[in-house]
Design a protein around this ligand. Sequence first.
Ligand code: F6P
Length: 328
Amino acid sequence: MSTTSQIKKIGVFTSGGDAPGMNAAIRAVVRTAISSGVEVTGILQGYVGMIENKMTALQMRDMANIIQRGGTILKTGRSAEFLKPEYRKKAADNLKSHSIDGLICIGGDGSFRGAQALWAEYQIPIIGIAGTIDNDVYGCDDTIGFDTAVNTALSAIDKIRDTADSHDRIFIVEVMGRDSGYIASAVGVAGGAEEILTPENIIPVDKIVEKLKESRARGKTSSILITAEGQKPGRAYDLADSIRKKSGLDAKVCILGHQQRGGSPTANDRILASRLGHAAVLALLAGKKNLMIGSQGKILTEISLAEATTKSKTADKTLIHLARALSV
Ligand code: F6P
């Protein structure tokens, strides 16, 4: 298949925290583009590689055996320099020197803000695909990597349940999510947690203690509390300390950390990534620009990057209520 599009060479990059399924998205982008007669350049380490001119041509066969791999073969990065106009100029000059005339950015809303700046200043057409385990990007139900992260955390929580039950213990499990309670809410319900604490759902320690005491009085011998890391990774230790001081109850802590970012993507993440990567290339070749392609229900949707980066999406509080209602 060849194209009549203006776009002859696409640059693809992953940016921000890595997420399982990013490789499946890269594969979909490269294979769709090359099948359409368009060349692809991989930009390494996100905006860092754009500034430092770390780019490499990608071919069909480079995509073999990556659909099942976690991480990102293009590497990723968070670039403070890209916030400065002089570095964006450098990046734009590098893209020009490689004859890249369209970009596909796989990342979160911070990465999309960078993409928007490139469009505003240098009119390089960009399509975004949301890839972050946090699932905190407006305009899509799920981001690439969220489902895998939830399942990774869940499998750890199931194991913690065994030991919590054997020892009649309380455990506080801390999951990722700086500004977002999506992982916490999902694993809280799926893991049968007693309480879920998220950046959007701060619960006073007194209330938690009261709840734990009531549970014990009803005959519960072990409890799992889930907390998102919020702005302070390790906050689960502070919470355990406060519970101990207020009630004398001992709470063990398990911080799941970066293991949630790795591992082989689930089928759902591979399918989502493949659909979005394919659609992103077709959108770019159809002359669309400055959009994010997302999936809502079973339908692929397009919203402007401006909307995706200015509107926010927060975890569904009904999941928190559900976990509470079912942990009686
Ligand atoms: O990618 C999202 C995320 O994993 C957040 O949940 C977390 O707060 C943050 O990235 C950690 O980032 P870093 O790996 O750069 O410390």
